[in-house]
Design a protein around this ligand. Structure first.
Ligand code: SF4
Length: 437
């Protein structure tokens, strides 16, 4: 492994078995567990921790599986400090149970030891197509396969996982972990069709012709937003999501170092201050940037990044320019960016940069909607869905969930919405079959 790749090793160490059991034993098994209330998918946290404290790893895993199809991922990337851990009664005393790390320990233990052999029902309840294999798609597929539906996931990329595989850096979420979680979904009997862009290689109408009873769109927000200011077409201004994608495939030895759009020694600006901005800034540090500045038009208190991500970025040398609003990109005679002009609390200033990374949000691509009649979207391209059956779009039998409906959110919130849609799809397909009979 070369030096740059080495810096992408996972940062947070796992618990050893003894450490995990000792940590689990600290849990008070509260009657009214506030940790569970803080979990968007209401995992039975004290339940699995209690089993773990007694060394019953299989039972702990079974409890987690009741709510989550992706625990090794949630255990790593959920904002635990804002959710379960932040709500633990011991948290205020600075002794909160490290719930995320325990969840991750159980999930990894299960992956290594194959603790659970689930009894799977026959796939006789109906045929469902899932478009997109990110957190929402995998959740819907896992839930429906467990309930006896035959599920096929259609993915445009050459590997499944969506944002989990291409959007989150290796040091936060190793791709081997994502691949193992996907193998578990496959083991539930879910089929994967890769390199298949719905809207181009196959349409929604053709899927119905192939006998699918329902279709789920979980394609997330694939179109990054750009800044509509002078100079925005200069070379060297790129989307953070593109950098993250290229670095992820560089780390997987799919492309060479020179395919990564950032050179060693580059002075880098990241515009935006959410979690994608933190990922891009910390990735730029690892790829050898000489300096990395995050530029944000609001104050520190208003940033949307998780505090721990921000603190880690600061520790790694990322600098922050608060209340700094970019007004224009500056370029040389050859059309390459050399810096930017911004309004700062001290007035208008020019900054020198070799590379600018945009991280100001994203919105849904419209490839599927534009090739399908009857699916309505709002003014900004988000798919409109109903409450009954939950998650159905304005086209009968076509459902949507995750970021493509609810706007960009965390992995676990995409999963939460997807679980509700999976229930809606099951209800709908059952009702249609009943009517047919
Ligand atoms: Fe255990 Fe904390 Fe949850 Fe209580 S709130 S059950 S101590 S993790």
């Amino acid at each position: 492994m070369n030096e740059a790749k080495e810096t992408f090793r996972e940062l947070n160490e796992s618990f050893t078995t003894k450490e995990a059991i000792d940590e689990a034993k600290r849990c008070l098994n509260c009657k009214n567990p506030s940790c569970k209330k803080g979990c968007p998918i209401e995992n039975d946290i004290p339940g699995f921790i209690h089993q773990l404290s007694m060394g019953n790893m299989g039972d702990a895993m079974r409890i987690i599986n009741e709510k989550s199809n992706l625990p090794a991922i949630c255990g790593r990337v959920c904002p635990h400090e804002k959710q379960c851990q932040g709500h633990c009664v011991l948290y205020a005393k600075g002794k909160g149970i490290q719930i995320g790390k325990l969840e991750r320990f159980i999930a990894d233990f299960d992956t290594e030891m194959s603790l659970i052999r689930e009894k799977l029902p026959q796939k006789t309840r109906g045929k469902v197509a899932v478009i997109g294999s990110g957190p929402a798609g995998l959740t819907v597929a896992g839930d429906l396969a467990r309930q006896g539906f035959s599920v096929t996931i259609f993915e445009g990329q050459s590997e499944a996982g969506g944002v989990l595989m291409y959007g989150i850096p290796e040091y936060r979420l190793p791709k081997a972990v994502v691949a193992k979680e996907i193998e578990k979904i496959e083991a539930l009997g879910v089929n994967f069709v890769l390199n298949c862009l719905v809207g181009k290689d196959i349409t929604v109408d053709q899927m119905f012709e192939q006998g699918y009873d329902a279709i789920f769109i979980g394609t997330g927000t694939a179109l990054p937003k750009s800044l509509d200011i002078p100079g925005n077409k200069l070379r060297g201004i790129i989307q953070s999501s593109y950098l993250l994608h290229m670095v992820n495939i560089f780390n997987q030895n799919i492309v060479e170092r020179n395919a990564v759009p950032l050179k060693e020694g580059d002075r880098v600006a990241v515009i935006g201050c959410g979690n994608v901005a933190m990922d891009a800034a910390r990735t730029a540090v690892r790829m050898g940037a000489a300096s990395v500045h995050v530029i944000y038009h609001r104050t520190e208190a208003e940033m949307s990044a998780i505090p721990s991500e921000y603190q880690d970025a600061v520790k790694e040398g990322v600098q922050f320019l608060w209340q700094t609003s970019t007004q224009e990109f500056l370029g040389d005679d050859e059309g390459k960016v050399i810096g930017l002009r911004a309004a700062t609390p001290e007035g208008i200033r020019d900054f020198t940069f070799d590379r600018v990374l945009l991280a100001i949000g994203s919105r849904p691509a419209n490839r599927i909607v534009s090739t399908t009649t009857g699916i309505e979207v709002d003014d900004t391209g988000y798919v409109i869905v109903k409450d009954r059956p939950y998650g159905m779009t304005t086209r009968r039998g076509v459902f949507a969930g995750g970021d493509v409906v609810h706007r960009p959110h965390t992995v676990v919130l995409a999963m939460k919405a997807a679980k509700q849609v999976a229930a809606g799809i099951a209800q709908y397909v059952d009702a249609v079959k009943l009517l047919e009979e």
